[in-house]
Design a protein around this ligand. Structure first.
Ligand SMILES: *[C@@H]1O[C@H](CO)[C@@H](O)[C@H](O)[C@H]1NC(C)=O
Length: 323
């Protein structure tokens, strides 16, 4: 497990949703430690960009506002003059597309035939029955928006940065802070929450004003920078809209590893394998991470997968990003 400076920041693994706070200078790296949190899943290390801050840095559980300082960093011999941080948005709801797929999966479970083995539901072993009976609490309006926990993620991140670099984050410097964000609502909202957290740090007990009225101004939207992948012609023509380039992603989704996991999940959920596909498996897996990150619960969706299965969506993401 890598350990290093910036453990309090998460590496922006997917480019899809970044928010940059241009401030001081620090490299973000990802590390996962054993978590003492009882609801954390054994699958948590495989949640990628959907990993909770608490699972990357378990020190946050007892004290989410206390900074963690690498002993080798800033030993008192150097003075930080600038910080540039690339920050991923806070915890969010699934997208409408993910929610639609989850609903499809839920309907599939509810439509299971009599061979679905409902009798064993009382013993707690029929995961499919547990999931079919569990109301789907995700709704279309949620569509990838930042959740309240996500606002808190950002406020607490701001407080940790301010405690870690007190000279940079002094009151007088607040006007020099520049936040650049993508136009995605969850990223803009994350920037706002970050600034509000910081403002409250300077003005304890007061209600923050509108970010437009803060000395540093509101987060500035710059999609050309923050969603560069949507604006890069070469990437769009040579990769994103190029079936040949995407061949490996498709090959993986229909390959033997995916077939194995489809077989396993079909048996666990007692649904026909032909009704399942790689996208549905992925959304089921993500629901385990969403339920944990948003609701703080250990989802029954986590019981569908073991650690070997968890590595599969991870590899799919890697094959996609490795392009
Ligand atoms: C599409 O991808 C393939 C494989 O990476 C590459 O050889 C080809 O040049 C790409 N096509 C375009 C139009 O860029």
């Amino acid at each position: 497990m890598p350990r290093g400076p910036g453990r309090f920041l998460r590496a922006p693994v997917a480019p899809a949703a970044a928010l940059a706070a241009a401030l001081l200078s620090s490299l973000a790296r990802c590390s996962l430690l054993e978590s003492g949190d009882p609801v954390a899943s054994a699958l948590s290390p495989y949640f990628g960009t959907k990993t909770r801050y608490e699972d990357v840095n378990p020190g946050l559980l007892p004290n989410p506002e206390a900074p963690w300082r690498d002993p080798e960093l800033l030993e008192g011999t150097c003075t930080p003059v600038q910080l540039v941080a690339v920050i991923r948005h806070g915890t969010r709801y699934p997208t409408a597309k993910q929610i639609r797929k989850l609903r499809q999966l839920h309907e599939l479970l509810q439509a299971r035939g009599p061979w679905g083995g409902r009798a064993s539901a009382t013993s707690g072993r029929d995961v499919g029955a547990v999931l079919a009976d569990r109301p789907l609490w995700y709704a279309d309006w949620m569509d990838g928006q930042l959740v309240e926990k996500g606002r808190q993620d950002m406020r607490q991140l701001a407080l940790r940065l301010a405690s870690l670099f007190p000279t940079l984050f002094c009151r007088e410097n607040f006007g020099r802070l520049r936040l650049v964000t993508s136009s995605k609502h969850r990223c803009v909202d994350s920037g706002v929450a970050f600034l509000q957290g910081l403002w409250q740090h300077y003005n304890p007990g007061l209600t923050p004003p509108d970010v437009a009225d803060m000395e540093c101004g509101p987060p500035r939207i710059n999609d050309k920078l923050m969603r560069f992948f949507d604006n890069c012609k070469k990437f769009l023509t040579e990769v994103e809209r190029n079936a040949t380039a995407l061949y490996h992603v498709e090959a993986f989704k229909t390959g033997p590893e995916m077939q194995d996991i489809l077989k396993k999940v079909a048996a666990t959920l007692q649904v026909p394998i032909n009704d399942l596909n790689a996208d549905l498996i992925q959304v089921a897996f993500f629901t385990c991470s969403f339920d944990l990150a948003i609701k703080g619960i250990k989802s029954p969706w986590c019981d569908v997968f073991d650690i070997d299965d968890a590595k599969i969506p991870e590899r799919e993401r890697q094959s996609r990003q490795g392009l």
